[in-house]
Design a protein around this ligand. Structure first.
Ligand SMILES: [Mg+2]
Ligand SMILES: [Zn+2]
Length: 193
């Protein structure tokens, strides 16, 4: 590193951004993958990460993973899921520098669970990126809130007409950027700078 150029960092939420959520139509629930066999990368993500890496962005993941603490799966399963997401996401040459995961439940009152900024601050500290050079990209309100709490720019991934967007409007929480997918974000950001 060095060369005087400030580090540019993109912190990515994981589930719903890099990998698909798991829909259980029988129970009408949607959840993170709890087992290796449930990992499915979102089409276009490996190429988008490659594009961002080539453009000089450092990439990190910040993700809440409370399922083991809730007794829904094991930490070993969560570790295997995360390794598989990393493997698939980086398969076209994109490079994820670091992963920052919170394994707590909300009732554990930790300092890392999004919407608190702990994981994001950790990622910035690790890479030496300044908040002004950092993006938080996620598909949840908590991602946008965590980004705003860490004073970084925020991108919300979701459809233009969405229920979550109403929450943003009601709470004047508008993200800096709104895109339908990580692929669209990678394209948009290459035009911004
Ligand atoms: Mg998500
Ligand atoms: Zn935590």
């Amino acid at each position: 590193m060095g060369g005087g150029e400030p580090m540019k960092l993109i912190i990515l939420d994981r589930d719903g951004v890099l990998n698909e959520m798991v829909v259980d139509s029988e129970h009408g629930t949607i959840d993170s993958p709890l087992h290796l066999s449930q990992v499915k990368i979102i089409p276009g993500v490996p190429g988008a990460l490659r594009k961002l890496t080539d453009a000089g962005y450092l990439l990190a993941i910040a993700s809440n993973q409370p399922s083991a603490a809730k007794g829904k799966t094991t930490r070993d399963n969560l570790d295997a899921v995360h390794s598989e997401v990393l493997r698939l996401a980086q398969s076209e040459g994109g490079k994820i520098e670091s992963s920052h995961l919170c394994f707590h439940r909300s009732e554990d009152l930790c300092a890392c669970r999004k919407p608190l900024p702990g994981l994001l601050l950790e990622a910035m500290q690790r890479t030496g990126a300044l908040p002004s050079q950092t993006w938080m990209v996620g598909d949840g309100v908590t991602d946008v809130r965590a980004g705003q709490a860490a004073h970084v720019r925020t991108a919300f991934l979701g459809p233009n007409k969405c229920d979550i967007c109403k929450i943003f409007e009601q709470n004047s929480l508008a993200p800096d950027l709104r895109c339908p997918s990580l692929v669209a974000f990678a394209e948009e950001i290459s035009l911004l700078f």
